[in-house]
Design a binder for this molecule. Structure first.
Ligand code: FES
Length: 103
């Protein structure tokens, strides 16, 4: 399947939810930000916070530890939280009800 791995179904990842999965030994947070699915490195580049335990602020994931904000599309930290570095972003695709991620 071109490296894509099924990680969940869309009914399990409703808007506002995030889960963490391990793909090829990489911890990934997969979330639904207002209907837009995204996948990003789970471990915060600041001091290792678990991003899936954070929350959304508009199109940003906010780290639960020191509130670095990461854009769900680019993985870049918002200028207002410069202690966050860039998080890797992974490809997501939806096939029927399946959510697939490529790491
Ligand atoms: S560990 Fe994420 S902001 Fe500090």
């Amino acid at each position: 399947m071109n490296g894509f791995v099924k990680i969940a179904t869309t009914d399990k990842l409703t808007p506002g939810k995030m889960i963490t999965v391990k793909i090829n030994n990489v911890e990934v947070v997969v979330g639904n930000n207002n209907g837009n699915y995204f996948a990003m490195e789970e471990i915060c580049s600041h001091e290792g916070g678990p991003l899936h335990e954070g929350y959304f602020e508009n199109s940003f994931v906010v780290c639960p530890w020191h509130a670095a904000k990461y854009d769900v599309k680019t993985g870049k930290a918002d200028a207002s939280t410069p202690w966050g570095k860039k998080q890797k972003i992974f490809q997501v695709k939806i096939e029927g009800n399946d959510i697939l991620v490529k790491v």
